[in-house]
Design a protein around this ligand. Sequence first.
Ligand code: C2E
Ligand code: CA
Ligand code: CA
Length: 711
Amino acid sequence: MNFHRLGADIVVGTGFGEDLLEQAPDAFLLLTADGTIAFVNSAAERLFGYDREELLGVQHTILLSEEGHGGFLRVFGRLGRKSPAGSRPFAAVGLHRDGAEVALEITCSLVSVDAGTAMAVAVRDAGHRNDSDSGRRLAVSLLDATLETTSDGIVVVSNEGQITGINDQYLKLWSMPPELIAAEDPTALVRFIANQLADPEYFLQKVAALHADSFMQSHDVLEFTDGRTVELYSRPQKVADQIVGRIWSFRDITSRRRAQDQARRAMDELAEQAGKLKELAFQDPLTGLANRMLFNERAAAALLTPDPVHVLLLDLDDFKEVNDVLGHHAGDEMLVEISRRLQKCVGPHGTVARLGGDEFVVLLVGCRDADTVAQRVVSTLNAPVSIEGTLMRPGLSLGVASRDVGTETSSELLRQADLAMYAAKEAGKNCYVHFRPEMLAALLERTQLTAGLRRAVELGQITVHFQPVISSDRLEVVQFEALARWEWEGELVPPDEFIETAERSGLIREIGAEVLRRSCTELAPWLAEDPVRSVAVNVSGVQLQHRDFAERVLDIAAWSGVDPRQLVLEVTESVFFDAHSHVIGQLETLREAGIRVALDDFGTGYSSLGRLQDLPVDVVKIDKSFVSMLHTGVEKLPILTSMIHMASSLGLKVTAEGIETPAQARYLMDHGCDALQGFLFSRPVPSAGRPQAIRNSAAAIAELEGVSLPG
Ligand code: C2E
Ligand code: CA
Ligand code: CA
């Protein structure tokens, strides 16, 4: 019999009679292999509300609600695989021409036609039926729709152990042969799956547990022996609150897992690198100590705790000289040694940081006795150290600040420790000093000092006092040393209280020029009387840094009519370590013009006697600290005597300063000092007091001649 001929020749070669189909109470359709409607009967027309002509040659999907669109191929496939599930009636939601959804019960079977295989579809309106099966069927069909659209591998097994839903992804995931599905044996499926897993036992136990408890939901991660990872979700399948089966859903998360693993590894690596970077960023490269950043971080954290917090700030004294005299390598070695000692003093509970240069800081948290630690630091650091063969004693000044109710930030603590450290320097170094609030007031005073000093320079309040220097040969005053004074509100401020401020602010340039001008003008007549006489003026390194210094000095000498050969400039040895080479050049220019250079405070710095011959100096002034070691005049003071002999043998003149007793004067004269200076002869006096100072000196000398030394 011939059906209506369509694009593809379809001839139903079964025993169906066309009339029989036409008259059947159930709707009947024939679909070609691509899902096109090839035949419909009158019941189908009625059920869906279309005319036959409207349906023929059209995709069958127009008769199904959207969820059912994918079902055709699946059913077709199942029928092709001869799966028993394929020929069972199933529920679906149809779509009436007017848009209304219709509950359907569908039965399919394959038929052979000339063009190949077609599918015969019997459709029954399930809407009026109330049998308990229909809801279940509907649920199953909806599930079917889900199965088609998800990428998870899903299998649904009814309580009776029948597979009621399954999708291709499931088959693919487990490489499952269709025969296994067709066998309808869930235990075989479970075994098949378990065989592919790294831990089959676990899976089998899980399945058994889920079988035993139909309400149970589970989530597991299964590792395949081939390296894949699959997530398993299992939950009961419910229809109208009744559990009708169980849904097993498998999701291949291998790539996600790999990506996660990779991400985690990357994160770990990053964290490691960040840690290293952080370490580097927080570390002082020379000493390996914490740096300022880490110190601040730790201090801030400590201040959040209720524990006692102390900050010990220390600065090496004269470290610059170590660097300059012995070289940077030695300086570095010294810093490393210092940091090693510091860490030993502090132990693991404190943080030792290097703030830069020769400045170190210690943070103590929870320490009840900061004084003991501070004392230990001072004595440990001050022990002699051998750096490149030279034995040295690192000097230091230590300031201690402790957390108080008032201090909230680490920078505040540091500032306080800094002030205390300055106080320690002033207190004579190699000691520690606690911060006290008065120190802040002192700091304020210092700032006011600069402002006041600037005004003093402008108002001409900087004056000069003169102290006589006596020649050992001639036993008379041959020189005056000019010493700056600040006349302030009727008081005389000594230079120790303002020279440092003047150097820091640069005001020393003006002050130095003023002292030189006044000294030259006031002493010019006295100097003119005898070419042996001279005037000595102190010069700071800051002044020498100015390139026109030598020129200015010579200008002033010329302007005041003083012979440069009667002018002595006193410098301390630190000026020779100045990085600016022109400093030495300036001194050489001045010496060429006849001016003499004296090395002041000799013996207090780092320079060895051996270095003396390389320095552009004419005179050394032995520091008063050596002179004060002389009490009786019979002591053996090899350092003092060798200094004098060494300088003399180099052709330098030697002046001893700070002479207060006749015994000291005698001793120094007997050991070859060329000139003597000190309160014994006269204190520094204003210019008008010079004649009196000369008379006092003469009296002291006369008395000296009567002094005979014991032995
Ligand atoms: P200095 O150059 O070593 O000056 C000697 C200091 O020792 C002077 O203190 C002087 O008064 C003091 N002195 C003198 N004889 C004795 C004594 O027998 N016993 C004691 N105990 N002290 C004695 P002064 O005038 O207070 O000066 C202190 C320092 O200030 C000077 O040390 C010098 O380094 C600096 N200074 C003074 N005037 C100037 C200046 O015009 N320019 C620069 N750059 N520095 C200056
Ligand atoms: Ca001096
Ligand atoms: Ca001196």
